[in-house]
Design a binder for this molecule. Structure first.
Ligand code: FAD
Length: 647
């Protein structure tokens, strides 16, 4: 007998399952019911169409109703809503939203892929706010884009610092709009831990975005022209994007008596069957098992939805494929940076009371001597006893995606941090270094496992110093001009062997440097001389990502003011020398700038090319202090150019 499968929801999970069903069998009858007009559209591309990076609306429509039904012989009923499920009689009630006709349809197997909708809490003033938008589908996109195109808003507020909020912030900035992000938590991008998110906080400010943390929206006034925050702050805006998260569309499942989890996700077993064996469910609407911890969670991402859609189709057709759980590997573009994460973060592991060890490193995306290398802040979290990788996070201008994907693959393959040292990854100077950042993360983690290296984390340092701990900074004195951990004293690495007598043997010596590498070398010298040593993990760079930024609970003004006189037309600048410092990490660009300046006469101009974004702060600050004039800063892809006139 021909089997009849009905799928509710025609986008990520639903459309994938429909196509897969047809590829498996020419006989199976497939009915795809979608409430909206469009099926299989590119949700993930929507912000970029609003920002006009994606120029044509048609590009968002990955598949059309006609295209898909022609190719896959599927009965697609768009603009149709499934109103209820009668699991006992295996029937659905469907409403044709164009004609209002309501009818019943029977099924042998049912797949629910209804997704998740944006959360809209009952904020005071919401109803009268006609410039408030949420973003989920093509009609939402059209509304936002039409508003921006026709009303020419100058100011926007984005509520919520998650993926969609941050992507919208960037795309609205691309449209010339002044954006303020309001986030209730103390950081944006929840999959990251705060020190990694802090790098993004600084970057948003660099891009002129105002970021307000630890403050929620209390009400809207003046028909949405005013956003009033919990602490009374009032923000004028021309439009508001509400993106504080999503909630599973579970109404059908609930009324059908299917089991739901604590957060409302549809409960499914390993084969993606709900509590009714003929009803399968996938995507944003289902509760999944966290691949690392084994706990139940909700992870609304396109990759899992697509994989589950395919697997549910296989299983409905008689297979017995097991869904392995969701790792939560994610990535986003935040202006010039890429941010990615996989597995569990520290916040989750703490909540689960699991013990773990952390490594922060700041390697270059590729060989420093080949143009365009940029630092990657890479964090890996692991079990010190077994080497199991719990998770990783990375932020950088280049090469973040592949490192995260390698680590995500390693986790799925059951590799340990020690195994990362043995990964043979592709290398040539434009792409990586002979020791890839993933190998290096493995080396550092292995050193910790073998007891060769002990770490102190960025958030433990101040307390240690306040308690009388001895902290030596092994960088060069000039590097300290751009910031140092208060209470540290300077013994440059090369002097350390001759100055050991200054250090007490009865106390643990803490060592810090720029990124952790020289600290490691210093800690080996000290250890081999009989000292107890701990290295500040990730060095000044990780520590200062949190304590070096001045974002707090209050309204912060994003600023592009880099502290110099900006000359509008570069052609007016006569350049006397060009110095390429790409691939060098801070403070090396400044050290080289200083050398370059020494060789110039007063009034002459140096043009610097840099890839470490830290230079955006350090370089103008140093120039200003030294009395030089920053004429212009420009960025092309990940290369930042500075023009500085000698005083
Ligand atoms: C703006 C935006 C950007 C995103 N960017 C990314 C990204 O970069 N990377 C990433 O991994 N994920 C991203 N996502 C998330 C990703 O799109 C979702 O995880 C994925 O689409 C979930 O698939 P799904 O099938 O569960 O639900 P959806 O794709 O949302 O599809 C569900 C469909 O079911 C329909 N439906 C619901 N109830 C009924 C009913 N009763 N009757 C008929 N139809 C119904 C809905 O109309 C909807 O079209 C983004 C999402 C958005 C909104």
């Amino acid at each position: 007998m021909t089997q009849k499968v009905i799928i509710v929801g025609g986008v990520a999970g639903g459309a994938t399952a429909a196509a897969r069903l047809r590829r498996i069998s020419e006989e199976v009858e497939v009915v795809l019911v979608e409430r909206g007009e469009h099926i299989s559209f590119a949700n993930c591309g929507l912000p970029y169409y609003i920002g006009e990076t994606i120029k044509e609306r048609s590009k968002l429509l990955v598949q059309t109703v006609k295209g898909m039904s022609d190719r896959f012989n599927i009965d697609i009923r768009n603009l149709s809503e499934v109103l209820s499920i009668d699991p006992l009689n295996k029937k659905l009630t469907i409403k044709n939203l164009q004609t209002d006709e309501v009818y019943e349809e029977s099924y042998d197997k049912l797949l629910l892929s209804p997704g998740a909708r944006p959360i809209v809490p009952p904020i005071q003033g919401l109803n009268g706010n006609h410039t408030l938008f949420t973003l989920r589908n093509i009609p939402d996109t059209d509304k936002i884009k039409n508003f921006v195109d026709s009303q020419n808003p100058k100011k926007a507020v984005v509520i919520g610092g998650g993926f969609i909020g941050i992507e919208m912030a960037e795309n609205l900035v691309d449209r010339g709009i002044d954006v303020t992000i309001i986030e209730m938590g103390n950081q944006i991008m929840a999959p990251l831990d705060i020190e990694m998110a802090s790098i993004l906080h600084t970057h948003l400010l660099e891009k002129g975005v105002k970021l307000i943390l630890e403050n929620g929206v209390q009400s809207f006034a003046d028909q949405g022209k005013k956003v009033i925050l919990a602490d009374g702050t009032e923000i004028e805006t021309d439009m508001t994007i509400l993106s504080i998260g999503v909630t599973p569309e579970n109404e059908l499942a609930k009324t059908a008596g299917l089991e739901l989890g604590v957060r409302g996700g549809i409960v499914v077993n390993d084969w993606l069957q709900t509590s009714n064996e003929d009803i399968y469910a996938v995507g944003d609407a289902v509760e999944v098992v966290d691949y690392i911890s084994g706990t139940k969670t909700m992870i609304p991402l396109a990759g899992p939805a697509n994989r589950q859609g395919r697997m549910a189709a296989n299983n409905m057709m008689g297979n017995r494929e097991k869904y392995q759980g969701t790792l939560g590997t994610s990535i986003a573009k935040v202006f010039d940076l890429t941010v990615a994460a996989t597995g569990n973060n520290e916040k989750t592991l703490k909540r689960l009371s699991l013990s773990y060890e952390v490594v922060h490193i700041h390697p270059s995306s590729h060989a420093g001597y080949y143009p365009g290398a940029a630092p990657i802040a890479l964090k890996i979290i692991f079990d010190k006893e077994t080497g199991k990788i719990f998770g990783a996070q990375a932020v950088g201008a280049d090469g973040v995606d592949k490192r995260m994907d390698v680590i995500a693959t390693a986790i799925k393959g059951g590799l340990t941090v020690e195994d990362l040292t043995n990964l043979e990854l592709s290398y040539a100077p434009p792409y990586s270094s002979a020791k890839d950042p993933v190998n290096i993360a493995g080396y550092v983690a292995s050193n910790i496992m073998e007891g060769k290296l002990e770490m102190i984390q960025w958030h433990e340092v101040d307390e240690m110093v306040a308690g009388g701990g001895v902290l030596i900074d092994v960088r060069e004195p000039m590097e300290r001009e751009f910031g140092y951990i208060k209470g540290s004293f300077n013994i440059p690495l090369n002097d350390l062997r001759n100055r050991l007598a200054e250090l007490p043997k009865e106390q643990t010596i803490y060592v810090s440097c720029q990124v952790g590498l020289r600290g490691y070398l210093a800690s080996r010298i000290l250890k081999n001389n009989g000292y107890q040593v701990k290295n500040v993990d990730g060095g000044w760079k990780t520590y200062s990502s949190v304590f070096g930024t001045n974002i707090n609970k209050n309204v912060e003004t994003g600023s592009n003011d880099l502290g110099g006189t900006i000359v509008e037309n570069t052609k007016e600048i006569k350049v006397d020398t060009v110095v390429d410092l790409t691939g060098l990490t801070c403070p090396m660009p400044i050290i080289n700038l200083k050398k370059g300046m020494d060789s110039l006469d007063s009034g002459q101009v140096i043009e610097l090319h840099v890839t470490d974004r830290g230079a955006l702060n350090d370089l103008p600050a140093w120039s200003k202090n030294a009395g030089h004039t920053l004429l212009k800063t420009e960025q092309y892809e990940n290369i930042i150019k500075f023009w500085i006139a000698k005083n």
